[in-house]
Design a binder for this molecule. Structure first.
Ligand SMILES: [Zn+2]
Length: 53
């Protein structure tokens, strides 16, 4: 599992490593419908799920 080492890193380091699943990344993936959208909106544009800020 190549991502094991990434889980050990602090959030800032993950961002530098190009991980895109964190809330601080350039893209977000809705955990409910898996829609990928640009960071900024706090609600999923597809299912309106509150993602958080
Ligand atoms: Zn959604």
């Amino acid at each position: 599992m190549e991502q094991n080492w990434i889980d050990q890193l602090p959030e800032e380091a993950r961002a530098c490593a190009g991980i895109t699943n964190d809330f601080d990344s350039a893209e977000r993936t809705c955990p409910a419908c898996l829609t990928v959208f640009s960071a900024g909106p706090t609600h999923c544009p597809s299912c309106k799920l509150f993602i958080g800020g």
